[in-house]
Design a protein around this ligand. Structure first.
Ligand SMILES: *Cc1c(COP(=O)(O)O)cnc(C)c1O
Length: 334
């Protein structure tokens, strides 16, 4: 039975061509700055984002952590969405390892943070308070693309309040492909941007943090400190370079598959949230364990949750989407 894994876009297997690119990679000791493939990945992605410098790191979690720590000192504060990955899904790293106080804010339905709410949370310059230093956004946010005019407004808002602006762009390229713009058009509003290579781009490992040279220099020192300095990591960077060249435009296919899946499930009577990129959210409620077991018997893997998230990616075909819809229809009738 062929497995259809909709848990996340992190489950993709490196393709044969990607493995060949990895096998051929020129390498060196990257802690000494000697790995040409890592350097090429860093400069390629930075250039594509219109930023000065990039740094290859093992994970998106580390990339975000180093960005927050490069922007903030101990006792500083960053403002972030209540459901944002950096706040909710990274083990509280900014607080634990950076002594940075998070100030979470209720999010709007479109994935943005309201400037009114942010303004109310910014602390006055007074020694009773942590120093509010940074605003962190996420794009895509649970599959939603932040509106372009919101990003420009966030830039102006951050400037007005003396805040730096970080983007958790784990799926930045999904946002760009969906908007029909260049990644740079989104990245231009931010002081730092973290991009995952191991999500929808299909590489096995790695993220890149981009920003200006001063920020990346600070982050590089911190990367060594947290144990993220890697040696012949060009093997991994080669997969990232391959993904940037071959797996960006094809994200449109994942989005189309997600749209078809959402449409099919809606027609079958499921309550489906509007689909923008490669994530489909479905309200299943208390039947979720039964559904998960039903799907599992048919080779469909999902993470059981009353608000079910289904993610399309490189290893999900149109035929698989049809099979998933058929299984959900069968379950609804059972
Ligand atoms: C997955 C993810 C991360 C973290 O990436 P890891 O490589 O899993 O540590 C950060 N932000 C968002 C939005 C993500 O989806």
């Amino acid at each position: 039975m062929q497995l259809i894994d909709l848990r996340s876009d992190t489950v993709t297997q490196p393709t044969d061509a990607m493995r060949q690119a990895m096998a051929r990679a020129e390498t060196g000791d990257d802690v000494y700055g000697d790995d040409p493939t890592v350097r090429l990945l860093e400069s390629t992605l930075a250039e594509r984002l219109g930023m000065a410098a990039g740094m290859f790191v093992p994970s998106g979690t580390m990339s975000n952590l180093l960005a927050l720590m490069a922007h903030c000192e101990r006792g500083d504060e960053y403002i972030v969405g209540q459901q944002a990955h950096t706040y909710k899904y990274e083990g509280g790293g900014a607080a634990v390892l950076g002594s940075i106080q998070p100030q979470p804010i209720e999010m709007e339905a479109d994935g943005t943070l309201s400037f009114e709410r942010i303004r109310a949370a910014i602390k006055p310059d007074d020694f009773h308070f942590a120093r509010t230093r940074l605003l962190a956004l996420e794009n895509t946010m649970q599959g939603k693309v932040l509106p372009t005019d919101y990003l420009a407004a966030a830039r102006a808002f951050a400037h007005e309040h003396g805040l730096a602006l970080h983007l958790d762009g784990a799926r930045l390229f999904n946002a760009a492909v969906k908007s029909g713009c260049e990644a740079q058009d989104i990245a231009q509003h931010f002081d730092s941007v973290s991009v995952c290579l191991s999500k929808s781009l299909g590489a096995p490992v790695g993220s890149v943090l981009c920003g200006d040279w001063a920020l990346i220099d600070r982050a590089r020192r911190l990367r060594k400190m947290v144990g993220g300095g890697m040696r012949q990591s060009g093997i991994l960077a080669a997969a990232g370079l391959y993904a940037l060249e071959h797996h960006v435009e094809r994200l449109a296919e994942d989005h189309e598959h997600a749209r078809l899946l959402g449409e099919g499930l809606r027609e079958a009577g499921y309550e489906v949230e509007p689909v923008q990129t490669n994530m489909v959210y479905v309200q299943i409620g208390e039947r979720i364990q039964a559904l998960a077991a039903f799907c599992s018997e048919r080779g469909i893997r999902l993470i059981p949750s009353a608000r079910l998230r289904l993610v399309t990616h490189l290893d999900v075909s149109g035929e698989m989407i049809r099979q998933v819809i058929a299984a959900f229809i069968e379950f609804a009738r059972a």
